[in-house]
Design a protein around this ligand. Sequence first.
Ligand SMILES: Nc1ncnc2c1ncn2[C@@H]1O[C@H](COP(=O)(O)OP(=O)(O)OP(=O)(O)O)[C@@H](O)[C@H]1O
Length: 360
Amino acid sequence: MKIAIIGLANSGKTTVFNALTGDTAETTTYSSGQLTPNLATVKVPDPRLDVLARMFNPKKVTCADVQYIDIGGLSSGARESGGLPPAVLNYISGADALLHVVRAFEDDAVPHPDGSVDILRDIEAVDLELAFSDLAIIERRLTRLNAEIGKMSAKEREMRIVERDALVRIQAALEGGAPIRDLDLTAEEERLLRGYQFLTAKPLLLAINIGENQLKHPPTVRYEHRRSGVATLCGKIEAELAQLDEEEARAFMDDLGITEPARNRVIALSYELLGLISFLTAGPDEVRAWTIRRGTPAVEAAGVIHSDIQRGFIRAEVVAFDDLARAGSMVEARKHGHVRMEGKQYIVQDGDVCHFLFNI
Ligand SMILES: Nc1ncnc2c1ncn2[C@@H]1O[C@H](COP(=O)(O)OP(=O)(O)OP(=O)(O)O)[C@@H](O)[C@H]1O
């Protein structure tokens, strides 16, 4: 899973990146205009793995991971200067989800590109940039399609007409201020449009970057779009927190009245927005979490581990993590009838501990 961190200059993107990844990428009080992104892969914290590790005593424990990309600031005037720089666009398009860092903290030493802190104005400005980028792609594609459609074979034409009509519909929606993720698209339209990697179609999480003095009374931000969420965090404190060992971090959090690091919350929210869940595998060699989309049948989940397991799939032995944890061991779980045999089409649930039987 790849999440691109976006936001206006000096909103605290690199600080939030450091908070989420435990990295120490340089932050600056001026807008760095940085075009080489910071990249880091973060393990998804999953306390269930610790429980399984105690039970199976494996040689290794492997968490699911998330990759964060921190790119230079978007400017609210990108439209006038011809859109987002291609390098930035490239990184954002390749991401599965966007994390938009919105500045809420006040600090005269850190100039805001638009002269003042205004959460709603900044959210709107970035949304507009994303919409503008999608509109530019749509316009180019429509011009090409309209020129080519007359020369196509009947079958090809039929498909392209569906695509063209969908593009016209989302163009109108974008012009009316709706992101693509708010639209109802048919499965076929989704398939035809997937290749465009539209930015407003991606799940989006707002990270409201508050100052230390706002911790007790953070601003409330409503953002009512589909596959969108809001998390409030103080990037500066969280970045410091990420540098401490567990004991120091706990003491620091107690002092500030924080119950858990923002990182866990942000990862959990991103998972939810992306419709992702984890299933688990456990044995003497490895205890591991695997990421799949909610609704994935067992045979496809097996393919995430290895294509051979998918190809030769016979059945899955499944026990829900909670049942296994309560039983204390596979033997006990079996005795209590918690271990089920499931077929190819079984929909894997979050926390299912799976053992796939296959034959190739
Ligand atoms: N929550 C916060 N409270 C106070 N200061 C903060 C907070 N978050 C970030 N800062 C400060 O704001 C400044 C800019 O932060 P940072 O470099 O992370 O921003 P950026 O969005 O990555 O900037 P750029 O425009 O260079 O991409 C830094 O001095 C950082 O310490």
